[in-house]
Design a protein around this ligand. Structure first.
Ligand code: NAD
Length: 470
């Protein structure tokens, strides 16, 4: 057990204003592995002041120099990639292979993309007799969740720094350790004092103080829709910019011409990855009624390949969920699915292990579109199979939730899949198992959010325009 001290404010670790702490629990064995200070409004205020003081200098730093700092930060992350992976596994419980590849690998790729974009992005453009300047928005308050704890920090800090903004990050209470490690890397990379600041703390205390702070120009939030709505309302009342990356209930649409076995296998893998704690997971698999029974059997077999257990044992492909509350929530959804009449194909609410917040890989069949498990975000390793009669029916079901974050379409012919994808109300669609692209804009339609992250579109969120007429 390690008791961490201090907040990273103004280029140094400073004692927290209060004495309260937050326990960090390893979800695989339920032991407290560390404590971090629970920041207060006073800590947030100090961090925002430091970010404000650093803003003019950072905004005036030539983009090529900002790019060099971001590249140094990326290099620092590469050098400590193993430590990043171990830290995420310890506080989130993700299998170590996934931690290396995704929890360390994705933020490294994203930081690299912003080092490049900072150097190449056109921060000035000509429109007729005008020159449009793309200027940094100012001080960014970034509030991040625990599910991809470093990726979500870098997806905000990378573009903010590239744009010339300064930042205060309030990471999720479950995963503050990788955020602290990131602050160390920022320090190692030699970023000017105050450009990046970190305050650990509880959402309704430190998070709310950050969202409400009048010295913050843009609030960038990723997390639950409930909290996102509050943050949006607070920002709206203050006429402050806001970016919200919220929940999802994405559809994986398997058209009759698709390679069914491949589509089901990859669909199951997508839901089981990170114990289902992925906002863009394709948690609803839509299969034509003629192929439905075969798909159910394929899904049962595929889910059987996900052994839940110790994330350091590479035989296990499924770690625990993040905490006891999340486990209770996911179990509640599984029980509700059974109660509402869905068929439990495999898995269920019983714990696979006495210790650790594990959930068995769970597949439901005969799920109908209005059932709770087909409408609400579960955030656990739970897949629902729905049947459709024809393409119009599939589209109605795919678009029939309040969310619109991601999705997938499978067809024998790419153009057939693309034609379907064009009609989906969602921000990202993977065609026949398309790969993650760190430059592609990521964000939601409908209640899945406001704004986009990643790539040049993500950078644009941190810029405001000034036009000069000649
Ligand atoms: P949450 O929305 O409560 O927490 C996300 C972040 O917001 C954390 O840093 C938290 O401290 C902060 N926060 C909480 N209350 C706040 C407030 N009043 N003001 C300002 N900041 C506040 O999410 P959670 O409780 O960790 O997870 C609950 C559900 O949210 C999950 O089950 C899942 O459905 C969803 N979720 C979605 C994503 C996503 O990527 N879209 C990520 C995590 C969780």
């Amino acid at each position: 057990m390690k008791a961490y001290d201090g907040m990273y404010i103004g280029g140094q670790w400073r004692p927290a204003a209060g004495t309260d702490t937050i326990d960090v629990v390893n979800p695989a064995d339920e032991r407290v592995i560390a404590t971090v200070p629970a920041g207060t409004a006073e800590d947030i205020d100090a961090a925002v002041r430091a970010a404000r003081a650093a803003f003019p200098g950072w905004a005036a730093t030539p983009p090529a120099e900002r790019a060099a700092y971001i590249a140094a930060l990326r290099d620092a992350m590469v050098a400590r990639a193993d430590e990043i992976a171990e830290t995420v596994t310890a506080e989130l419980g993700s299998p170590i292979g996934l931690s290396r590849k995704v929890h360390a690998g994705a933020p490294i790729a994203v930081a690299g993309s912003y080092a490049e974009l900072a150097a190449t992005y056109p921060f000035e453009e000509k429109v007729g007799n005008s020159t449009v300047l793309l200027e940094p928005v100012g001080v960014v308050g970034a509030i991040t969740p625990w599910n991809y704890p470093l990726h979500q920090i870098v997806a905000k800090v990378g573009p903010a720094l590239a744009a010339g903004c300064t930042v205060v990050v309030k990471p999720a209470e479950d995963t503050p350790l990788v955020a602290r490690l990131f602050a160390e890397l920022v320090h190692e990379a030699g970023l000017p004092a105050g450009v990046f600041n970190l305050v650990t703390g509880l959402g309704p205390v430190a998070g709310q103080a950050l969202a409400e702070h009048e010295g913050v120009d843009l609030v960038s939030f990723t997390g639950s829709t409930a909290v996102g709505k509050r943050i949006g309302a607070t920002a709206g009342a203050a006429v402050k910019r806001v970016a919200l990356e919220l929940g999802g209930k994405s559809a994986n649409v398997i058209l009759p011409s698709a390679d069914l076995a491949r589509a089901v296998k990859i669909g199951v893998a997508n839901v089981m990855s990170n114990s289902g704690q992925t906002c863009s997971a394709w948690t609803r698999m839509l299969v034509h009624t003629d192929q439905y029974d075969e798909a159910v059997e394929l899904a049962r077999t595929a889910a059987g390949g996900y052994l839940a257990g110790d994330p350091h044992d590479t035989a296990n492909r499924l770690g625990p969920v993040v905490n006891a509350k999340q486990r209770a929530r996911v179990r509640g959804y599984i029980e509700k699915g059974i109660k509402e009449g869905a068929t439990l194909v495999t898995g269920g609410p019983e714990a696979p292990h006495a210790t650790g917040y594990y959930i068995a890989p769970t597949v439901f069949a005969e799920v109908t579109p209005e059932m709770t498990i087909a409408q609400e975000e579960i955030f656990g390793p739970v897949l629902s199979l729905l049947r459709y009669e024809d393409e119009e029916d599939a589209l109605r079901i795919a678009n029939g939730t309040v969310y619109g974050l991601a999705g997938a379409v499978w067809a024998g012919d790419e153009s057939e899949a693309v034609a379907f994808a064009r009609r989906m109300d969602t921000g990202q669609v993977d065609i026949n198992g398309g790969r993650f692209n760190p430059l592609a804009p990521f964000g939601g339609y409908k209640q899945s959010g406001v704004g986009r992250e990643l790539g040049a579109h993500g950078l644009a969120e941190y810029l405001q325009t000034k036009s000069l007429q000649f």
